[in-house]
Design a protein around this ligand. Structure first.
Ligand code: MV4
Length: 491
């Protein structure tokens, strides 16, 4: 493989091209009119303008991307995440053009793109699944029958859905008909496919996913787990590896189940198997993501592997250079997604120009980003500025390192989720690892952020006062812990 085109933008396009260049492979960027001066375009050896800013007129133009690839002699296309990454038709067209798709085969993408086809495929592989049915259902009486069998609440899910789209909770039998009609009509308008199925609703679950890697020679390994429960409205905000709640036995059981899911769809490359973990620490297969995920860096930090390098090597037909027994977890990694969103205003996108933009650095600090000072945040795409990733020997040290990195991260011109990240790092439930997917819902309100900012400001004020008094050697210093106005700062 001599030349790779990256069919993506922003931080992930840059991150993929960096590895390609290190491997001595030429890089081709694609871009929209809004991204003319973007770092991923500047970094690439060659770049192709696709069209106007909206994705449908640029980054989603699969045929145009293939046509340009053929003109430039591209021999591999990496889709990144989002856009065309889980489009089986695109993957097939790339292959038909004689170009290597750096990802799984179209068959794997197609099977895992349908929740029902996925359940059907993994059924014979002894993978735990949530009690429910594995067929599309339209009959309300049958739905009620299943509800009685598994117990309410139940969850109606769209087969074509994913990432939380097209789900409806049913608390009582009498609501079944109404919710089912809604679920079907939502699925039809969102996906053009009204197939829905039913699962028992798992309350207070954690979201734990397993990274897998497979070659074309029958070798599949798991690269341990990522804990992704800190999310809001199905948008992950903080991820970590390993999960603080998995025992070595559970890690092995989940890892081996994930490998079987991969084998069930003849998977090749890097993929992620999502599980729900309930309060009894039982785990259930949810779905498989057939792409490189946003949060892959935490896995890279604890395994020492470059996942993009292995995607490329496997796509070239190489064997995995290691076995499961060679893999060990080294330390603990955390990732904070830094979005240009306002955590004080319902996380609304915060557009503007990065009038000041300075990144934290240091040992065990990694920033995967696609922005520099002076750049504007475009409204057309995901507003993620960067992923702030830290790696330390223990979870406690990783949290400390993340707090310092957040403090060192300077952004002016747009609001970001950095203060929200500090709120998470400071929260007792996060520190004690006692949380589930409802963390944000349960604990976060905008006033918590202003409170903790005020607390921090008060502590700082007290410290500087104390230093001032000490230096001046005036009076006898009152112990701030005993004074009235110090009490709030300590709370
Ligand atoms: C569930 C569930 C509870 N019970 N399925 C949401 C995204 C999609 N991948 C599946 N999701 C869920 N499926 C059953 N039977 C709760 C969720 C869920 C969730 C899952 C992972 C991460 C965050 C979540 C937030 C809300 C609900």
């Amino acid at each position: 493989m001599k030349k790779i085109l990256v069919a993506n933008r922003g931080e992930i396009a840059l991150r993929i091209m960096r590895t390609a260049r290190r491997m001595g492979i030429q890089t081709v960027a694609v871009y929209s009119e809004a991204d003319r001066n973007a770092p991923h375009v500047r970094f690439a050896d060659e770049a192709i303008l696709l069209g106007p800013a909206p994705s449908a007129q640029s980054y989603l133009l699969g045929d145009k991307i293939i046509e340009k690839s053929l003109e430039l002699g591209v021999d591999g296309i990496h889709p990144g995440y989002g856009f065309l990454s889980e489009n089986a038709v695109f993957a097939q067209k790339v292959a038909d053009a004689g170009i290597t798709f750096i990802g799984p085969d179209p068959y794997s993408i197609e099977v895992m793109g349908s929740k029902l086809a996925a359940k059907e495929a993994v059924k014979k592989y002894h993978v735990p699944m949530v009690p429910g049915i594995e067929q599309a259902i339209t009959d309300v009486e049958m739905a009620k029958e299943i509800g009685r069998r598994v117990g309410y609440p139940i969850l109606i899910k769209a087969s074509a859905g994913g990432g939380g789209k097209g789900m409806r909770i049913v608390d009582r039998e009498e609501d079944t008909q109404e919710q089912m009609e809604r679920a079907i009509s939502e699925a039809v308008s969102a996906f053009g496919d009204g197939s829905v199925f039913i699962e028992k609703y798992v309350t207070g679950p954690r979201h734990v996913e397993i990274q897998v890697l497979a070659d074309r020679h029958g070798n599949t390994v798991y690269l341990f787990e990522r804990e992704c429960s800190i999310q809001r409205r199905h948008q992950k905000v903080v991820e970590e590896a390993p999960s603080a709640i998995l025992s070595p036995e559970m890690r092995k059981a989940m890892g081996e189940a994930a490998v079987r899911v991969a084998q069930a769809c003849d998977y090749v490359g890097a993929g992620t198997v999502e599980f729900l973990v309930d309060i009894h620490r039982d785990f259930f297969f949810l779905e498989m993501n057939t792409r490189l995920q946003v949060e892959h860096p935490v896995t890279e930090m604890i395994t020492g592997l470059d996942l993009v390098e292995w995607q490329i090597r496997v796509a070239r037909g190489e064997k995995l250079g290691f076995t499961q027994d060679d893999l060990k977890i080294d330390g603990h990694a955390l990732e904070l997604r830094v979005y240009a969103e306002d955590p004080l205003n319902n996380f609304l996108p915060s557009v503007g120009t990065l009038s000041r933009y300075r990144l934290p650095e240091g040992d065990g600090v990694r920033v995967d980003g696609g922005y520099t000072e002076g750049m504007e945040v475009p409204i057309y795409y995901d507003p993620m500025l960067a992923k702030l990733v830290v790696h330390a020997p223990t979870r406690t040290e990783a949290i400390q390192k993340m707090k310092q990195a957040i403090a060192d991260y300077e952004v002016e011109g747009v609001n970001t989720t950095l203060p929200f990240g500090r709120f998470v790092m400071d929260h007792e439930a996060f520190v004690s690892a006692n949380f589930d997917t409802h963390f944000v819902q349960h604990y976060y309100t905008p006033d918590k952020l202003t409170e903790s900012q005020k607390d921090a400001a008060e502590v700082a004020a007290l410290l500087s006062l104390k230093l001032y008094l000490q230096e001046k050697d005036q009076l006898r210093v009152t112990d701030p812990a005993k004074s009235n106005w110090g009490r709030r700062a300590k709370a």
